[in-house]
Design a protein around this ligand. Structure first.
Ligand code: G6P
Length: 366
């Protein structure tokens, strides 16, 4: 049943391995021959979406990181100015809402107190409509929003969110393409096909688990780690750092790689492993020079890169190759090795993986 670990040692590992199936379920029935089906967002979406001129996204924790990725997608593919904010900040400041702004909340549980309060606050703030992307049907967030897109992750037991995050990303890509479509745009070449193939691509990345596990030993004795990414992979670096903090209690920070020289480089030495997410996108050359800066200071590097990237492993540089994928899907794919890495580090450290100290699955009080 849903609440059993089956053959897995922890719920988190089970949930990581469920990702191909739950991503497929989140896509199910939402892609037509011509692209994303707009009515999947609710019967009013067909009338509301063409009016959207801006998007405000509000969420907490891992869900917030999904929102940060969506900003890159919405601006790049749908041309919609997008703001993303943590709910606990959003709800206590004066927010200026331009006309025709769509308010989007992201939540696994649909019961996070700050996110719910932000939605209630937004109701009086002149938004065009509210949309909840949520994993729990019938949750407070779903009941109180105008539109809903349910992620189909199923029950998530591990406190550290995994499958809820990648299904949120999948849903946010659907949202991007739906908004683009109703505004007369065309989906980027090959993306709809690539989306259909996403569950299979995820399966291929999960098959790299032994290699990822072999990286974990280098972290178990460390006290700090630095995650680097650029563009839409900066939020993936943030999520990787959050996972490591949550379950292995190793202090981890994430930086957009271009900011390295503005501070964190001072911390880099042989005691500071650096994890870098380096798919083959337009920022790769820049990222490569950031990586040289880390090597020059004795930092041990762990690079997750596209199979086509010319980047050699060597002394102090370990490289894990991921299958090539449509650039829009790369943030989803590159999440997986970071989840698995944190998981294996936590197992080595012997922490309570599914119920890390001091944390709750759902924070329903402020
Ligand atoms: C808690 C959980 C996180 C989660 C966050 C937001 O902090 O431990 O895993 O990302 O709440 O939860 P939500 O249910 O709103 O996505």
């Amino acid at each position: 049943g849903a609440a059993s670990k089956g053959d897995y040692r922890h719920f988190m590992l089970k949930e990581i391995h469920e990702q191909p199936a739950v991503i497929a379920a989140t896509l199910e029935g939402r892609l037509g021959a011509e692209g994303v089906l707009v009515n999947g967002f609710g019967s009013e979406a067909q009338a509301l979406f063409p009016q959207v001129r801006q998007v405000h996204i509000v969420a907490c924790g891992t869900s917030y990181h999904a929102g940060l990725v969506a900003r890159y997608w919405l601006e790049r593919y749908a041309g919609l100015p997008t703001q993303v904010e943590v709910a606990s900040e959003y709800r206590y400041r004066r927010v200026v809402v331009p006309e025709n702004t769509l308010f989007v909340t992201l939540s696994q549980s649909g019961e996070t107190a700050d996110t719910l309060a932000a939605l209630r606050f937004a109701k009086d703030n002149g938004y065009l409509a509210s949309l909840a992307i949520c994993n729990v049907p019938g949750s407070s967030l779903v009941r109180e929003s105008d539109l809903t897109l349910l992620t189909q992750a199923g029950p998530e037991i591990g406190v550290a969110s995994t499958k809820a995050f990648t299904t949120q990303l999948t849903a946010l890509l659907l949202l991007t393409l739906a908004l683009q479509r109703v505004q007369g745009g065309e989906a980027p070449a090959g993306l709809i096909e690539a989306l259909r193939g996403l569950p299979e691509a995820v399966t291929r990345v999960l098959a790299l688990d032994d290699e990822i596990e072999s990286f974990a030993e280098a972290f178990a004795e460390k006290h700090h780690a630095l995650f680097l990414g650029r563009g839409a992979h900066y939020p993936i670096a943030l999520e990787g750092a959050l996972k490591l903090k949550e379950i292995s209690y190793i202090h981890a920070e994430a930086y957009p790689a271009g900011e390295l020289k503005h501070g964190p480089l001072a911390l880099v030495d042989s005691e500071m492993p650096v994890i870098s997410v380096a798919p083959n996108d337009e920022l790769l050359d820049k990222l490569k020079s950031n990586l040289q800066e880390v090597r020059a200071r004795g930092g041990e590097l762990f690079v997750f890169a596209d199979e086509s990237v010319a980047l050699e492993a060597g002394e102090g540089v370990r490289v894990l190759r991921l299958p090539a994928v449509h650039e829009a899907l790369a943030p989803i794919l590159y999440t997986l090795p970071l989840q698995l890495l944190s998981y294996h580090v936590a197992v080595l450290k012997g922490t309570d993986v599914d119920q890390p100290r001091n944390l709750a699955k759902s924070v329903t009080v402020e």
